[in-house]
Design a protein around this ligand. Structure first.
Ligand SMILES: [Zn+2]
Length: 126
């Protein structure tokens, strides 16, 4: 996987990250979303590979499995494995993708665990 091609946080299409001098520019070819920063304290500068796990939290496990399957567009059988075995739903994802996936999963009512500890705001619109 090309680490510079993490998906757009708005539409999920691959975005292209380019360097111009000290700036990093992330641009989405799909919806035009773009961010440019020279700030090292910005999620696009974070190259940490994260893993996400989805847990039922307050949901009944059958409900969590169904919601996970819909949220990720995967089969119920796979969703059941992920929940029952506490497997990562995503691995080696970069910060912007973590934020996008967290939004999808938390929006489905699932509890999300991110490892290692995530140091960015999970809703970039906050
Ligand atoms: Zn986009």
């Amino acid at each position: 996987m090309n680490p510079s091609a993490s998906p757009c946080p708005e539409c999920g299409l691959p975005q292209v990250i380019t360097e111009q001098g000290l700036s990093l520019i992330a641009r989405c070819g799909g919806c035009g979303w773009m961010v440019a920063t020279t700030n090292p304290n910005h999620p696009i500068m974070d190259r940490t590979p994260y893993a996400l796990r989805a847990r039922p939290g307050a949901l009944a496990s059958a409900s969590a499995i169904a919601r996970l399957a819909v949220a990720l567009g995967i089969g119920v059988k796979r969703a059941r494995e992920l929940i029952a075995q506490d497997l990562p739903v995503a691995e080696n994802v970069l910060a912007l993708e973590v934020i996008r996936l967290h939004g999808v999963l938390a929006g489905a009512g699932l509890q999300v665990e991110i490892t290692p500890a995530f140091r960015w705001p999970l809703d970039p619109r906050d």
